[in-house]
Design a protein around this ligand. Structure first.
Ligand code: CTP
Ligand code: CA
Length: 232
């Protein structure tokens, strides 16, 4: 089933989706950020609304048009995203973290634009780690039947494959489902298409062959619905 023959199987459900990339400012004009466009999160929000859910989209620094029938909350930094997602999660049935939160932020923020020194000595930016929203929410659920979904862009390395990294991350985060994308040329960031394997905490593996972000979004909601039916 693609986007056609849609079931209204999310009627009565409230879901939260995060999208985009957070930014951590060093001074009024400079930030640390990433290349996330927010398209996968917007596709998830749109798909959930089409299936009848009440949807809140927590969007970080995206330039996409608001999806029809979706409440959009805008945030900039990872800490702002954390506060918004945790607040919205209180009465939600599912939270999908499709955003790319910045993992680190500068230890200090300069109220004034940082000036060049004219010297060629190295400048050091001290970074501190941001809160992990997905892990915090998974381990501290406002309701036991809340379904929590994460995304992970992984590469294989000499020691382990993409799915091994994904399994380890699923366990470390404590979420119910983890959508694992292999990253490489033409995959993932800024690409209109996404191929993925959706790992379940129950050991399941759902392969979603190269398809649109809308199709992947519907597969994610299919699995969220299945998780609700097995956990309560
Ligand atoms: N995530 C989050 N809060 C963070 C960082 C990540 O909620 N501070 C979420 C992302 O939205 C995603 C999942 O965690 O759903 C995995 O993100 P990823 O960057 O792959 O995981 P990290 O734990 O940050 O690990 P890595 O060191 O590989 O970046
Ligand atoms: Ca990260």
């Amino acid at each position: 089933r693609g986007t056609e023959g849609l079931r209204r199987d999310l009627v009565g459900r409230r879901v939260v989706v995060s999208a985009g990339g957070t930014r951590e400012f060093l001074d009024p004009v400079r930030f640390l950020g990433n290349r996330s466009s927010g398209r996968q999160g917007y596709a998830l929000a749109r798909a959930a609304a089409l299936r009848g859910a009440r949807v809140t989209l927590v969007a970080a620094n995206t330039t996409l048009p608001d999806p029809a029938g979706v409440a959009v909350t805008r945030v900039v930094s990872t800490r702002e995203m954390r506060d918004a997602v945790l607040a919205e999660a209180q009465d939600a049935d599912a939270v999908v973290m499709a955003a790319a939160p910045a993992d680190f932020r500068p230890a200090d923020y300069s109220e004034h634009k940082i000036k060049k020194s004219g010297q060629d000595t190295a400048r050091i930016v001290e970074l501190v780690e941001n809160p992990d929203i997905l892990a915090e929410l998974s381990k501290n659920r406002p309701r036991p039947d809340l379904v929590v979904v994460g995304f992970a862009a992984e590469t294989g390395d000499a020691h382990a494959g993409v799915l091994d990294h994904g399994r380890a991350k699923l366990a470390a985060k404590g979420c119910d489902l983890l959508v694992v994308n292999e990253v490489g040329p033409d995959k993932g960031f800024e690409s209109p298409e996404n191929e993925a394997v959706i790992l379940g905490a129950d050991g399941s593996e759902t392969v979603v062959p190269r398809a649109s972000k809308d199709i992947l979004a519907h597969r994610v909601w299919d699995l969220v619905v299945r998780t609700w039916s097995t956990t309560g």
